[in-house]
Design a protein around this ligand. Structure first.
Ligand code: ADP
Length: 795
């Protein structure tokens, strides 16, 4: 309600003021009196709501006109009507001045109360009207303003609602006052559910402490609030948001309210996270050459950054699927999942998940695992239940392929995080699989190189010769042993056709059974015959032959069979003679006569001797071989021994052969085992006679030569080709093993001679005897010059 109009009465005379009050009182206005212009102005400083000012003109100090000027000059008081009170003059000039300074009327003293009241009442009425109008205008303005405000608030609201971000406002204390439509859409909240903690309820527990701290900090400082946090969507998934809030301030700087936004930055965050994850996974993978270990580590890195579960399956060579890793942030869940997997191992025929991906080699992305999927994937009801307990909501499974083979599959599963996998996640996982594949390929290549290097080292160190022949029949490899055995340098044959560079390859080696038993084949290299045992194995690029040198073994083998043949023949001849003689002697129907009987008995005795000698030779050779021969060294008169040997030989000498002996005088003695030296001489003389089938002279010469004593046994018989003169001393060697000339022998005699002479520190050799026959020479050191004293044994 408007208060009663007020009048300001200004007069320097109190009785005038009193009179005025008395006159105006009946009007019922508030009457404020001032005793001077100054006082009036003072009053007007404090209030300007006077309806009329009644101003005395003649006042000491500042007069009424001056005061009116001041009043009119002040904006707030300029419109207040002023009625001058004057007793002075009614002159025009005066009146004019009064109007000039803003008077609305003059009242002349003495006042007619009626007129005064009437005039005042008119002005008050006018003022009241004005006041009403003003009040109405104010009211109208306020209303308009309110409407305007409402409209603009509505516009802001519409704007805020149309925004794709979450927008909210809060009062200066941070209490939320408004949320836009996006907020309700995203969170699924209703107005009724809103309270001071609404925002905290949907913030991820991991992000909440930071958000709260920032909020408190900015509320206190009035700075800008900014934080990244995950908001829970109505479907249970979490999405990253960038929260920002700025204070809106009053003119005086104090905070009116806060306006905040939350922008969905989940895609950006995911991309960043995926990039970081790929980097970290790459680092894990590069830590070792073992891609399986790398993959295991990657599974650990993946959880919980890109998945709630991460599983890795391997495709085994035998076609089964094994589990390499299963990871979850919560170890107890891992145990649970392992148990599920052990109970229901992945089956190859599964149409879902790792088994299918490994079989088909194509990735799978299921953004929302449908509810019926569990039943379909489960092997039975319990399995279905267990699968449900894992809480799988979304999954990705990608194959890991290296060098055309599927090594396994990586599975990312989203469960409690509510994450929904998208094509972008699939691409990230496929990228990861590519990196794993690259590492696996590297590892495989490295292993292969290493294996090859080891194989190459092994090839170079083994004793067997190894040669690789490629499918074009070229030599790929020729190892050290092959070089040593054959004397053929690798550099000379690598890369060249085997048939050209490997002697005997085309005839013998190429014919070796591939993947069969080893075969021994003769190979002639530069006139030397080698017996090589070959085994052949095929490999992708050709054939690998391994061979060993059996030449020596072959020789021994040959010798052994020759020996058996020779010795048995040699034994059979005297045996046949003995047998014939014995049979003849036993016959009762024949009268043999004494001479014949004696002759036959002599044959038995002689041939028995021969048998014994053959057996002795064999035994002696065997003793010499095994080093068991006992030596009994004595000082021996060589001349006497030689004469003795020749005398004995004379007894059985064929008629066609003449045996003579020439011995130098004054020969020094020799240090030897007499028995053995005799055997050497007997052997040489017997050979000279034996290998002179047409007869001829056989001469035994004994002479001194420097510090040696030298025997020469010469004949003019069959002779020995120069090339075989060394070989006749080899065990079992015979120039005519098949006895085409009918001359028998064991091939042991000269071998025994050589071995015995060597043990006496002497030498023995064969020469040609001029144009015909042979000469065998034996040299033994003279006893005095012999360096060593005779030893009881010498092997
Ligand atoms: P064998 O029992 O065969 O005589 P040896 O070892 O005594 O064995 O002799 C080896 C071979 O040497 C003989 O088979 C023979 O071919 C040859 N040989 C030995 N002495 C003579 C010789 N005086 N003249 C010719 N050939 C000989």
């Amino acid at each position: 309600m408007a208060s009663a109009p007020s009048l300001l009465l200004v007069d320097d005379r109190p009785q005038n003021l009193l009179a005025l009050e008395a006159i105006l009182e009946p009007l019922g206005y508030e009457l404020v009196t001032a005793g001077s212009a100054a006082e009036a102005l003072r009053i007007l400083l404090n209030r300007d709501d006077f309806a009329v000012i009644l101003l005395d003109v003649q006042m000491p100090g500042m007069d009424g006109f001056e005061a009116a000027e001041v009043i009119k000059q002040r904006e707030r008081t300029s419109t207040i009507p002023i009625i001058f009170l004057t007793a002075l003059s009614k002159e025009d000039q005066h009146v004019f001045r009064g109007y000039e300074v803003g008077a609305v009327d003059y009242v002349f003293k003495p006042f007619n109360p009626e007129i005064l009241r009437a005039k005042v009442a008119v002005f008050v009425e006018l003022w009241e009207k004005n006041r009403q109008i003003r009040e109405q205008a104010d009211l109208l303005a306020a209303q308009e303003l309110a409407d305007l405000r409402r409209a603009s608030a509505e516009r802001y609201r519409q704007l805020a609602d149309a925004m794709p971000q979450i927008v909210w406002t809060a009062d200066a204390d941070g209490r939320a006052t408004y949320y836009n439509r996006r907020w309700f859409e995203y969170t699924g909240m209703t107005e009724a559910e809103l309270d001071d903690h609404a925002w905290a309820r949907i913030t991820h527990p991991d992000d909440l402490p930071l958000a709260i701290a920032r909020r408190e900090e900015t509320l206190a400082s009035g700075g800008i609030f900014e934080v990244e946090y995950r908001f829970k969507c109505h479907d249970g998934t979490w999405r990253w948001h960038l929260g920002r809030a700025v204070p809106i301030r009053y003119e005086d700087g104090s905070i009116d309210f806060w306006i905040g936004t939350a922008t969905d930055i989940d895609d950006r965050k995911r991309t960043e996270e995926a990039q970081r994850f790929l980097l970290d996974a790459g680092a894990e993978l590069s830590r070792s050459l073992d891609w399986r270990a790398g993959l295991k580590a990657v599974a650990r890195v993946a959880v919980p950054r890109v998945a709630d579960w991460c599983a890795v399956h391997l495709a085994e060579e035998d076609g089964t699927i094994s589990s390499l890793a299963i990871e979850h942030a919560d170890p107890s869940k891992v145990i649970f999942a392992r148990e599920v997997q052990e109970r229901y191992p992945p089956r190859r025929d599964n149409s879902r998940g790792a088994a299918e991906v490994i079989r088909s080699g194509t990735s799978q992305l299921v953004s929302d695992v449908p509810d019926d999927a569990f039943g379909a994937a489960a092997q039975d009801e319990t399995h279905e239940q267990l699968l449900r307990e894992l809480g799988i909501r979304s999954f990705i499974c990608v194959p890991v392929q290296a060098r055309g083979r599927i090594l396994g599959a990586i599975t990312l599963v989203s469960a409690e995080s509510g994450r929904r996998y998208t094509e972008a996640d699939l691409r990230t996982t496929e990228e990861l699989a590519l990196r794993v594949a690259a590492v696996a390929e590297n590892a495989q290549l490295y292993e292969e190189v290493e294996r090859r290097a080891q194989a190459a080292r092994a090839l170079e160190t083994i004793a067997d010769g190894v040669v690789l022949i490629d499918n074009e029949e070229r030599v790929l490899l020729w190892n050290n042993a092959a070089q040593a055995i054959t004397g053929i340098d690798a550099a000379a044959i690598i890369g060249r056709p085997a048939a050209e560079v490997l002697p005997g390859y085309a005839d013998n080696v190429a014919a070796v059974d591939v993947d069969g038993r080893p075969q021994t084949v003769p190979v002639e290299i530069e006139g030397k015959e080698l017996w090589l045992s070959f085994s052949a194995v095929r490999f992708e690029e050709g054939t690998v032959y391994a061979f060993r040198d059996l030449t020596e073994e072959r020789g021994l083998e040959q010798m052994r069979s020759d020996f058996v043949a020779t010795v048995s023949h040699e034994l059979r001849t005297p045996l046949a003679a003995i047998y014939g003689a014995a049979i003849t002697l036993r016959r009762a129907d024949l009268d043999l006569g004494d001479e014949m009987r004696a002759r036959l008995l002599e044959v038995v005795a002689e041939e028995s001797d021969r048998l014994a000698q053959i057996v002795n030779d064999v035994l002696l050779a065997s003793h010499l071989d095994s080093g068991q021969l006992q030596l009994n060294i004595q000082t021996i008169d060589a001349a006497r021994l030689t004469e003795n040997v020749v005398e004995t030989a004379q007894i059985h000498l064929p008629e066609s052969v003449s045996l003579s002996v020439q011995i130098e005088k004054q020969l020094p003695p020799v240090a030897a085992d007499e028995q053995q030296l005799r055997q050497v001489l007997v052997n040489l003389v017997e050979n000279a006679v034996k290998y002179s089938p047409e007869g001829g002279p056989v001469t035994v010469r004994l002479a001194r030569d420097d510090r040696c004593v030298r025997w020469e046994v010469t004949d003019e018989g069959l002779g020995i080709p120069a090339s075989e003169r060394r070989r006749v001393f080899e065990k079992f060697f015979r120039l005519d093993p098949n006895m085409t000339r009918g001359i028998g022998g064991t091939g042991l005699g000269l071998y025994i001679c050589r071995e015995l002479v060597r043990r006496l520190d002497g030498r023995i050799w064969a020469e040609a005897n001029g144009a015909k026959g042979s000469k065998f020479v034996v040299e033994l050191p003279a006893a005095a010059t012999r360096a060593k004293q005779p030893e009881p044994t010498a092997a």
